[in-house]
Each structure stands twice: as structure tokens, then as C-alpha cells.
Design a protein around this ligand. Structure first.
Ligand code: EPU
Length: 335
């Protein structure tokens, strides 16, 4: 095991924040992970670094999880069970599934990050959430070094949430995820407005999983900044849920307010719309800003510190609270 000293984490987080790891170790197996945890009781686990904002400038000990491998566990006429190890790049895994004609993940194409992080915030896009196809999640419990298996129903999946973000936060490390995908008669999700528009612009009426993946990739590329070019952590806030009565009050003032019904009493409002209405879309403040094509994405235009991004986020939260009486909850992990 090779412990490195004073390593910049800038290349390891999509926000491109220059936090420094005083000690940094890359882990390639569960036994190596156990060994390092026994020696260092306090550490930060880094996966793909795509949903994290470092506000601390110095981080004492960072473990980079590089657990690799994709195993086909069971293959039947209709379904396939696939285990992906936590350190695999998410989008490469999605493309591998599509190339093998395994269906279920195509709407989740081009999401940055590693496979092991997908269940933590139940990644979702264009009408699909990863919980829809997760069968089981394997973890290593930090205190006991016992390995655990969580069935889908144990994971308490919800919108951008799971047990791993709530009571088990910081207690378990996800080591692999098992998916149940289709190997024929795929259930396709292309009702989502932007996907159907993209497919019809290409004249596709009977799409394959590859067509859907390609449509999702071009929509994402047109709206979301490429983290290799402009630092960002995807959607910075969750889309807020509010009561129907509050929504109706807002609708009088803003008749075109977009909304999605959640239950009989609640609606979800796109945070991007609220932020745009409040005048933040496309703004630049020092090294930070709000993306010009999707107001839900905060960006690092250069050498921003994590704390500067957090200050901009707080200003946006204050403004949305004042204007709409809605609290925006941060979706990205802050460390
Ligand atoms: N909108 C605006 N202005 C903006 C952005 C959005 O008015 O600048 C309004 C529009 O009315 C638009 C609606 O918001 O129709 C929804 O926008 P979009 O389809 O881009 O989706 P979103 O709700 O802003 C969510 C996810 C994204 C995911 C997309 C597509 C969250 C927090 N974000 O964004 O996920 O890609 O849906 O399914 O739920 C991420 O989590 O990092 C992420 C990028």
C-alpha cells in the first residue's frame, strides 16, 4: 500500500477544488481497504468525486476507492444480474451494458462519478432512478469490518436519498452494486419531454436502448457543463417539494410556474426555474457562478475555493426563501 503525502485533490473532484490531502492512498481490494481502516480510524472516502464540494482546505487522510470489475452473475431468458464494483466509472459501465444489450440504465447515461456512489443519492435522470434496477448493495461496515448485503427494500431509497445518506452516513462503505437488467423486451422510458423531442428530431419512432442513451447524452451535453472544462457537481440543490396551497399562491403571481404532482397534497417545483426567476442564471461572482444553460448547476470558473461556492449557494438560498418562501436543500455533499 502506497501512502502519498500532500496530494492536490483538484483532479479528483469534478468541482476542481484544490483541497490538499495530507495523506492519500489508493485502494484496489477489500482486504487493502480493511487493512487501511484498521490503521487509520479517521478518513475521507473518495469515489469519482462528482458529488462533493470540499470546503476544508486540508484533509488529513483520503482513501481513493479503486475497486474494479464487472461480473455477470446470472443470465436467464429475460434478465441478467450484474455486479459492478464500486470504483468502476458509472458512464463506462452504462455503455458496457448498452453494448451488451442489457437494458435499464440507458436513461442514466453520462452521469459523472463511480458506480459505488450511485445508490447513495439514488442518482436519477429523465424519468428513471437507479433504485428502479438495483437488486442489492454490498458494503463494508467501518466499525466492525463486517461485510453486509442490503436488499433494495433495505436501502430506503427516495428522491436523491437512501439509508447511506441518512442513518448509515459515514458508517458503511459501498463496495459493489448488483443490478437486475433486461436482456430482451426492454422496458423503455422515453416519455420525458426532452428525450421524445430529441428522438423525433432524428426521425426515430421505435428506439433501441442505444438510441435512448444517445439522446440522453446529447441533451446532457447541451445543458450541463462538462466538468473537464468547467468545474461543477451537477445539480447543486434538490428540487423542492411544497404544499398545494403554497403552490396555488405562487401560481397566482407566476402563472407559468412549472410543477410536477408528488401526492394529493404536494408538488415538486424545479429549483432551476426558481433560481432563474430570482435572476441568478448565468451570473459570475469572482471565480464562481451559475451555469448559463441550467441554473441548478453552480460552477467553478477557475480557482474558486469551496467556501466561495458555498457562499454563492447561501445567497441563492436566502433569495429563494425571501421571494418564494421556499427552502432549497443542498444536494451535493459538503466536506
Ligand atoms: N428550468 C428553468 N431554468 C433552468 C433550469 C430548469 O426554468 O435554468 C425549469 C424548466 O421548466 C425545465 C424544468 O426546470 O423544464 C426541469 O429542468 P430539467 O429537465 O433540466 O431538470 P431539473 O429538474 O432541473 C433534474 C435532476 C438532474 C437531471 C434532470 C433530468 C435534480 C436535483 N436534478 O434536474 O440531475 O439530469 O432532472 O432528469 O433532481 C443531478 O442530480 O446532478 C442532475 C443533473
Amino acid at each position: 500500500m502506497n501512502i502519498q503525502h500532500n496530494i492536490s485533490l483538484k483532479p479528483f473532484n469534478t468541482f476542481g477544488i484544490n483541497a490538499i490531502a495530507q495523506q492519500f492512498v489508493e485502494i484496489n481490494s477489500i482486504s487493502e481497504l480493511e487493512e487501511v481502516i484498521k490503521k487509520k480510524p479517521s478518513f475521507f472516502i473518495l469515489g469519482g468525486g462528482s458529488n462533493i464540494l470540499f470546503t476544508q482546505e486540508i484533509i488529513p487522510f483520503v482513501i481513493k476507492l479503486n475497486l474494479k470489475g464487472i461480473d455477470i452473475l446470472n443470465y436467464s431468458n429475460d434478465d441478467v444480474f450484474i455486479k459492478v464494483h464500486a470504483g468502476e466509472d458509472w458512464h463506462s459501465f452504462v455503455l458496457w451494458c448498452i453494448n451488451n444489450n442489457f437494458g435499464g440504465l440507458e436513461n442514466l447515461s453520462l452521469i459523472p462519478g463511480n458506480a459505488g456512489a450511485a445508490p447513495i443519492q439514488n442518482i436519477g435522470a429523465y424519468g428513471v432512478e437507479v433504485k428502479d434496477v438495483i437488486e442489492e448493495v454490498e458494503t463494508l461496515e467501518i466499525n466492525t469490518l463486517h461485510q453486509h448485503l442490503f436488499k433494495n427494500s433495505d436501502c430506503q431509497f427516495a428522491y436523491r436519498n437512501s439509508i447511506f445518506k441518512k442513518e448509515l452516513k459515514g458508517k458503511h462503505i459501498i463496495t459493489s452494486v448488483m443490478f437486475k437488467l433486461s436482456n430482451k423486451n426492454h422496458t423503455l422510458n422515453f416519455e420525458y419531454g426532452a428525450i421524445s423531442e430529441e428522438l423525433s428530431s432524428k426521425g426515430i419512432t421505435n428506439p433501441t436502448i442505444k438510441d435512448i442513451s444517445e439522446a440522453v447524452i446529447s441533451i446532457r451535453e447541451s445543458k450541463l457543463p462538462n466538468p473537464k472544462v468547467i468545474g461543477n457537481g451537477g445539480s447543486f440543490f434538490k428540487n423542492p417539494v411544497t404544499s398545494i396551497s403554497h403552490f396555488k399562491e405562487l401560481q397566482i403571481k407566476y402563472p407559468s410556474i412549472p410543477h410536477y404532482p408528488i401526492s394529493e397534497n404536494e408538488v415538486k417545483i424545479p429549483a432551476g426555474w426558481l433560481i432563474e426567476q430570482a435572476g441568478f442564471k448565468g451570473i459570475k461572482k469572482g471565480n464562481t457562478g451559475v451555469h448559463s444553460k441550467q441554473a441548478l448547476v453552480l460552477v467553478n470558473y477557475g480557482n474558486a475555493k469551496g467556501i466561495e461556492i458555498l457562499e454563492l449557494a447561501a445567497e441563492i438560498q436566502d433569495s429563494i426563501l425571501k421571494i418564494f418562501n421556499i427552502s432549497l436543500e443542498i444536494e451535493v455533499n459538503i466536506y
